[in-house]
Design a protein around this ligand. Structure first.
Ligand SMILES: [Zn+2]
Length: 452
């Protein structure tokens, strides 16, 4: 067995692990790098292995840092199938088309206003490339066994996001398990992650490897307080949210707060993200995968104003009455949220609330760190609005939850690799796995190849 760590090996994005096993070359995830420019530039580099020589891709889940490079892989000559759970396939379709659309738009804007450093900017991929990749996705039900050559593949749900799964590859009695992104024990939408199958080799994520979520569920009370205070002073609450997952969790939370009388029932809530609207429909369609009562999920959008087009979105950005706006992207790296950010950041009456992990180098991370100005579409915008990060509202297990989950494994794996974390998070989790579980564990380097 050989593993080559082609991404998410020194950072949280660009998840790509190439496993050579039983004569098959299987790529686990094909994610996009996000955040710092030096990382984003990796998206333009060719894969260290010829895509033509990869037999299959298995996707853990649809988030772009796990799926967003697929169109590029297909464009570069990958011919095989892409295996993923049905819900992952459905969400990936929405996410990849949106990603392509954003890149086309950014490229157009960069070329028009000349703020690209390149002579003529080009998108990483376009919508036609995304469609070609989506067409290759073959759904695989959780728990079902699939054969890729003589390697057996199984998916096991891990909470985190609709359809998110861990991936097990078995050949001649040896099993490699890749955790994917691991959800929380008590997520708003998703059930707790199922225990991992026994692994000889384990790849485990470490996004929150050095952090603990606050005990108890403080997010609803905090959000209620922020909304009440902001409305009281006549401001708007802007919730930049990942369109898939966090946007639906926020809607659910706001509906519950309204029903409980914690925030005004008449307060307008806008969902301003075409992708979030599409994703919400998919959450409702796949509701049996959620932990929310079926009746409640059916009312997720009751009273919510769905912003249909860009003109309406701009009118909303210019309006002055109190409201809650949920818009994407979640790290304010692109999308309609940028127009709202431009309009709302300079006003001290407003409140910008981030509700998810902010990758280092992203606008969201700068704002959460207290930036007094932020660059949007090539111009600097002053930040006088309040900025908060909603603690405990993450889709990822924290370090204690990860360790408790790993403890459920019947026997210790011969080797564990800690991936998908900023260097400090990955190393902290590595040390805890070594000291508290007594497992052989390492943090791999980007590009490193190991033979087991
Ligand atoms: Zn994820």
């Amino acid at each position: 067995m050989q593993i080559q760590f082609l991404g998410a090996a020194d950072t949280v994005t660009g998840s790509r692990h190439l496993v050579t096993l039983g004569g098959q070359r299987i790529l686990l995830d094909c994610g996009m790098f996000q955040g710092y420019k030096v990382l984003r530039e990796r998206n333009w580099a060719p894969l260290q292995v010829a895509p033509r020589e990869i037999d299959a891709v298995v996707l853990s889940h649809a988030h772009l840092d796990h799926s967003g490079w697929l169109p590029r892989l297909v464009q570069a000559g990958f011919r095989g199938p892409i295996h993923a759970s049905t819900a992952t396939r459905d969400l990936a379709e929405v996410l990849l088309l949106d990603s392509a659309h954003l890149q086309e738009e950014d490229t157009r804007r960069a070329n028009r206003y000349g703020f690209s450093h390149h002579a003529k900017a080009l998108p990483l991929y376009n919508r036609a490339d995304a469609r070609r990749a989506i067409a290759k996705i073959v759904p695989l039900a959780a728990g079902r066994r699939l054969a890729i050559g003589n390697v057996e593949v199984t998916l096991t749900p891990v909470g985190h996001l609709l359809g998110a799964s861990s991936v097990a590859l078995t050949h001649e009695g040896r099993t490699l398990v890749f955790s994917g992104d691991v959800g929380r024990q008590h997520d708003v939408l998703m059930p707790a992650p199922l225990p991992l199958p026994q692994a000889d080799v384990l790849l485990v994520e470490s996004t929150y490897g050095n952090r603990s979520h606050p005990s108890g569920d403080t997010a609803p009370a905090e959000l209620a307080r922020i909304v009440r205070d902001t409305v009281h002073r006549g401001g708007k609450v802007l919730l930049p949210a990942f369109a898939v997952g966090r946007a639906q969790a926020l809607l659910l939370l706001l509906q519950r707060l309204k029903r409980a009388g914690e925030i005004p029932d008449t307060l307008p809530v806008f969902l301003d993200s075409p992708m979030a609207s599409l994703a919400t429909a998919l959450y409702i369609r796949h509701r049996r995968l959620l932990r929310v009562p079926q009746r409640e999920i059916a009312t997720l959008c009751d009273g919510v104003r769905i912003v249909a087009d860009a003109t309406q979105s701009q009118r909303l950005a210019a309006s002055r009455y109190p409201a809650v706006i949920i818009s994407a992207s979640g790290m304010a790296t692109g999308g309609r949220v940028l127009h709202h950010l431009k309009a709302l950041a300079p006003g001290p009456q407003n409140h910008i609330v981030f509700a998810g992990f902010q990758v280092g180098g992203s606008r969201g991370a700068h704002l959460v760190a207290g930036a007094t100005q932020v660059k949007i579409h090539g111009e600097y915008v002053p930040v006088r609005a309040d900025v908060s990060a909603l603690e405990g509202f993450s889709g990822h297990a924290d370090a204690d939850e990860l360790l408790a989950w790993l403890r459920l494994m019947p026997r210790k794996p011969a080797q564990t690799y800690v991936v998908h974390g900023e260097p400090e998070a990955a190393d902290t989790l590595r040390l805890r796995i070594q000291d508290e579980l007594g497992w052989a564990v390492r943090v791999p380097q980007h590009g490193e190849q190991v033979t087991l």
